[in-house]
Write a protein that binds this ligand. Sequence first.
Ligand SMILES: C[S@@+](CC[C@H](N)C(=O)[O-])C[C@H]1O[C@@H](n2cnc3c(N)ncnc32)[C@H](O)[C@@H]1O
Length: 246
Amino acid sequence: MRQDEIWDTETAQEYDTPGTGMFAPEVLGPTVDRLAGLAGGGRALEFAIGTGRVAVPLAERGVAVSGIELSRPMIERLRTKADAAAIPVVEGDMATATVPGPFQLVYLVYNTISNLLTQDEQVECFRNAARHLSPGGRFVVELGVPDLRRLPPGQEAVVFGSEDGYIGLDTYDVLRQRMVSHHFRFGGTGTRARVGRSPHRYIWPAELDLMGRLAGFELESRHADWEGAPFTAESGSHVSVYRLPR
Ligand SMILES: C[S@@+](CC[C@H](N)C(=O)[O-])C[C@H]1O[C@@H](n2cnc3c(N)ncnc32)[C@H](O)[C@@H]1O
């Protein structure tokens, strides 16, 4: 399934959950605080800007934000919140598309680098970030740590979420370093469930750092969250900041 088929009109309409989930103030507040600090008064570019979950509040903080986004329906949803003068967006692939710059900060959040399904594309994404940055500029990546410790030999699927009306499970292809997340939603009195799927190429932190080096970056910091909690062997995700030489 292609990314533009996944991020279709229906998904774009349902993406925003104002005030809850990934839109909850306790999630978005620290994200925007940290990104505003890292922008340091300069311009910011969001790869895979989506409906502007992060970009809109960041722009409201006074940071000049631009975006790249593959899905037209996601851009149209963003346009209900901010026009092209407030947040310019180029429709295209974050591994190759170009936005007039330069920028002090490029950021790519919510595991979205794993939506690029080959190592080559992921490396190109780092290179594209580097091309958009001024000397000393930063590329911030928020990404989950592959959860393979929960996958016993011979088993291919792991349930990562189970609550009223929802079951989420990941299926793994460890040979190709791929994973598909399946989201089953059901409810009411009917027996029908809706399933949404998204394919990913998962990346180990060390591999991510090597991609950064290939593009000319050094790892400046890695934390377990946006508030700066220490990254440990038990961390489920990380916020990694890569920096170009001055
Ligand atoms: C999980 S959403 C994240 C959106 C937004 N960054 C956020 O934090 O809410 C993933 C987004 O990545 C976009 N996307 C996937 N592959 C892409 C690519 N190669 N280039 C640009 N955007 C892409 C999708 O269309 C979708 O809008």
